[in-house]
Design a protein around this ligand. Structure first.
Ligand code: ATP
Ligand code: MG
Length: 434
């Protein structure tokens, strides 16, 4: 036998028995976002590398260490998206979304790719749901985005999350802060990791996000941005807090949150779970007022967030969350003989057109294996068809939960099945709708 091929390290399959959980999460996310005026946007999995080096920032961990970048056959540098925001902004600029009535509200779900050390809650292919509110600068926009994140998390049943917020100011007030950070980290230069040494001159704020234990320990005592906010940023942050209070959202101010991507300005926030160990941030986001201009578009202020589906799934499972039951087979027709098999095909076709999950044998197997299969797939009802049923047109439908049987005419299968499965006749159903 040929050797089997395994999935790439850091990727995972979602198998058919689990997919309903993912569909539930995704469905709730899109439905909730719709309530806040968001429409889904779908963008390519790969982009010109520049979208991310310019957008995410070339001193970030994501760009320096984690991107899947390659030359295609035309020698172009291509990168698999490590996140969506930069690509969504590329699309919003290219397609003129940023020039129309603002805000434009878009959301997305899809795979992201980062070359990281795989561990629980950290994969090389993972999935994000996120939103971008394009063209809204007032603090109410930040609070609305945070409220949407909270609403999604609560609709999917995630508990025990803490919301932590911070402000990392604007370009202007950050100048003074950068100077203070440089001075602080310069004193510890000998202890910093090689990457952070490089960052010291280029972008000292990135040191605050370094994952190395030594650097993060040094970063814990570094000056904090909140002490350096300009009047405008400070007022904006106060207003965000007021709006969060008005929306009834509990939060804590955590001055150490800086987020790992360069485009953030002013508000940044995270939802953190206490139930999934080290990779505990299930959602991160913030304001990014400079990104659209950085990517060649007009000056348009935005706010957004992204949540990791795998981390949400881990949290939900750690909390023993209840997922809605997946759809199973409504009725399985087992058949023996050509006439009965054709009858099964006809009955199934009619029922499926009415929206019932009706299956029949497609392996030309004996009755026993057919019934075993019906059991295995959890058919709610079964019906055995043979020569007798084919000639009399009378069939017996068995309720697999309690063993009761109902005899019906095959030609009336659709209204009869409504009666059987829903407990009332098609006529009543039609009346009820009227
Ligand atoms: P972390 O600090 O955990 O590396 P990050 O700051 O890199 O996260 P973002 O880029 O803001 O994360 O992505 C938003 C969300 O996407 C994270 O909060 C997390 O839920 C999820 N996420 C990020 N990287 C991964 C990964 N490698 N595997 C699984 N989920 C991830
Ligand atoms: Mg990261």
């Amino acid at each position: 036998m040929a050797e089997i091929i395994r999935a790439i390290k850091g990727t995972q399959d979602v198998l058919p028995q689990d997919v309903h959980k993912w569909q539930f999460l995704e469905g709730e996310m899109l439905k909730t976002a719709e309530l806040y005026g968001y429409k889904e946007i779908r963008i390519p999995v790969f982009e010109h590398t520049e979208v991310f080096s310019r957008g995410v920032g070339d001193t970030t961990d994501v760009v320096q260490k984690e991107m899947y970048t390659f030359l295609d056959k035309g020698e172009r540098s291509i990168t698999l998206r490590p996140e969506f925001t930069a690509g969504v902004m590329r699309s919003a600029i290219e397609n003129g979304l940023v020039n129309g009535a603002l805000p434009v509200k878009v959301c997305y779900i899809g795979g992201c790719y980062r070359y990281e050390k795989p561990q629980a809650g950290r994969l090389r292919e993972f999935h994000q749901f996120g939103i971008e509110c394009i063209g809204a600068s007032a603090p109410g926009a930040d609070a609305e985005a945070i409220a949407l994140a909270e609403h999604v998390l609560s609709n999917i049943g995630i508990k025990n999350l803490s919301l932590q917020i911070n402000s990392i100011g604007c370009k202007e007030c950050r100048k003074k802060y950068h100077a203070a950070l440089k001075e602080y980290f310069a004193q510890k230069e000998s202890e910093l990791c090689a990457t952070c040494l490089e960052r010291l001159n280029k972008n000292p704020m990135r040191i605050l996000d370094c994952k190395s234990p030594v650097c993060s320990k040094i970063a814990a005592d570094a000056p904090i941005m909140l002490d350096y906010l300009c009047e405008d940023c400070s007022e904006h942050f106060e207003q965000v807090k007021n709006h969060l209070n008005a929306a009834g959202l509990e939060f804590t101010v955590n001055p150490h949150i800086v987020r790992g991507l360069d485009y953030y300005t002013k508000t940044v926030f995270e939802f953190v779970s206490s139930d999934i160990g080290a990779q505990s941030t299930v959602c991160g986001g913030g304001r990014y007022d400079g990104l659209v201009a950085e990517l060649g578009g007009p000056s348009v202020e935005c706010v957004g967030f992204a949540m990791g589906l795998e981390r949400l799934m881990l949290t939900a499972e750690a909390q023993g969350a209840d997922f809605p039951e997946p759809k199973t087979c409504d009725v399985y027709f087992a058949s023996l003989g050509e006439k009965a098999t054709l009858m099964a095909t006809k009955l199934c076709t009619n029922l499926k057109r009415e929206g019932f999950a009706a299956l029949s044998d497609i392996n030309a197997r004996g009755l026993k294996p057919q019934m075993r299969y019906a059991n295995k797939i959890g058919a709610k009802f079964t019906c055995v068809l043979g020569d007798d049923e084919a000639s009399s047109g009378k069939i017996r439908i068995k309720n697999m939960a309690d063993g009761t049987e109902t005899t019906v005419l095959a030609e009336n299968i659709v209204p009869e099945f409504y009666k059987i499965i829903n407990g009332y006749a098609l006529d009543n159903l039609a009346n009820a709708v009227l």
